[in-house]
Design a protein around this ligand. Structure first.
Ligand code: DQA
Length: 381
């Protein structure tokens, strides 16, 4: 469902909303849905009451993806309609509403939605549809681990008796807040099917209070919180594997170097940013490293020494590092030298460089690459 003025995308502020028309967007949504075995209906209106009526008549759907347009920022009537129908609803915005006028940061619908996707362009609609399909595929319990809005995680439990090994999932996206844990939904579902309890966590990111200190602190708290609910959910806290992708791979490696209440027993680092200085030199993610560390290496070598996994070797637990040789977001060369150095420093490392594989295939259960990744992750349990 799209709200006011979204009938004009394609020509409306293309520098913000892109050049795709509503008709093209709807066609893409139908095909993204078909890809994951779902069927959808599309709807657009410029009128608040019509959107509310449409929500009411959507009660039988398994989920709703809604871009309420400017109504997002003040329509309590749409908020109440979402709450009233009580079906999983994802809030979506094409633009980065947190990086525009301050009033766009306010959403009165977020608290009744299961997820908010923003700032990813129209591909965010695909992610929103996938999120709903993943939610329907396996029961999920969202648990709060701290006081901040981003201190939440999704716990999925495998069938059968425990104690279950735990995979802590740390999503990528260059530590930025336009990326969120929904990126690892389908990986989480597949790992859960295979017998892992999965704890797919959110944490503060750049744009939402994150940065190396705040983000690392959240990740540590998310892992530590397993102690609070391990017993009730029959989790095996002696087998906790951190699985991270891209910048999440960085967070997983860093988390393993700390000895918290819940120690990490192994790391699966998928296309990880294992060397912040090399990543800074490569300028990856539009200078994401500088934004994350809040300094350049020249300004603060100490900070890079503290925050970069390759500077904290040995990590001290078994490492699985997988990288696609066609990754155009994080160069495979970073992992090649990281894995070599880690082994030199005494870590047990398995390194696979997958031929013809890019960045996202490593977390997509529909790919060949994932089949290899997950087989290796299973060996870490
Ligand atoms: C929007 C953001 C809103 O602030 C704006 O009023 C819109 C579109 C988006 O998709 O980015 O109409 O929801």
């Amino acid at each position: 469902m799209n709200g006011p003025n979204l009938n004009l995308i394609g020509t409306r502020s293309p520098e913000i909303y892109g050049s795709t028309s509503l008709e093209e967007l709807n066609a893409s949504c139908r095909s993204w849905a078909a890809d994951v075995g779902a069927t959808i209906e599309t709807y657009q209106s410029n009128h608040e009451g019509d959107l509310i009526d449409k929500l009411h008549s959507s009660r039988d759907a398994d989920g709703v993806v809604i871009n309420p347009g400017a109504f997002t920022h003040y329509s309590y009537a749409i908020r109440d309609a979402i709450e009233a129908i009580g079906i999983p609803t994802v809030e979506i915005h094409i633009s980065n509403v947190r990086d525009r006028e301050p009033w766009r940061r306010i959403s009165v619908v977020s608290d009744v939605c299961v997820a908010t996707v923003f700032g990813r362009g129209i591909i965010g609609y695909r992610d929103a549809i996938r999120h709903l399909v993943a939610r329907a595929a396996w029961p999920v319990e969202t648990i709060r681990y701290g006081p901040d809005p981003d201190n939440v995680g999704d716990l999925r439990l495998p069938r059968g008796p425990g104690p279950h090994p735990v995979a802590v999932l740390l999503h990528g996206g260059f530590w930025r807040d336009t990326a969120a844990r929904d990126l690892l939904d389908s990986a989480a579902v597949d790992l859960t099917r295979r017998g892992w309890a999965t704890w797919n966590v959110e944490f503060a990111r750049i744009g939402g209070g994150g940065g190396w200190r705040a983000t690392t602190k959240d990740v540590a708290a998310a892992i530590g919180s397993l102690a609070d609910f391990a017993e009730g959910h029959d989790l095996d806290i002696d087998r906790v594997v951190a699985v991270g992708h891209g910048s999440g791979g960085h967070l997983a490696l860093q988390a393993a170097t700390r000895t918290g209440e819940i120690p990490i027993s192994a790391v699966a680092a998928l296309a990880p940013i294992g060397d912040l200085e090399a990543a800074h030199r490569a300028g990856i993610g539009s200078d994401a490293v500088d934004a994350f560390v809040l300094r350049t290496p020249e300004q603060s070598p100490e900070r890079y020494a503290a925050a970069s996994p390759i500077r904290n070797l040995p990590i001290g637990v078994p490492l699985l590092v997988v990288h696609g040789d066609e990754d155009d977001r994080v160069p495979a060369a970073i992992s090649r030298s990281f894995a070599g150095r880690a082994a030199d420093e005494g870590d047990t490392v398995i390194y696979h460089e997958l031929e013809g594989v890019g960045h996202d295939e490593l977390i997509d259960p529909a790919t060949h690459a994932w089949a290899q990744v997950v087989e290796e992750i299973d060996r870490l349990r």
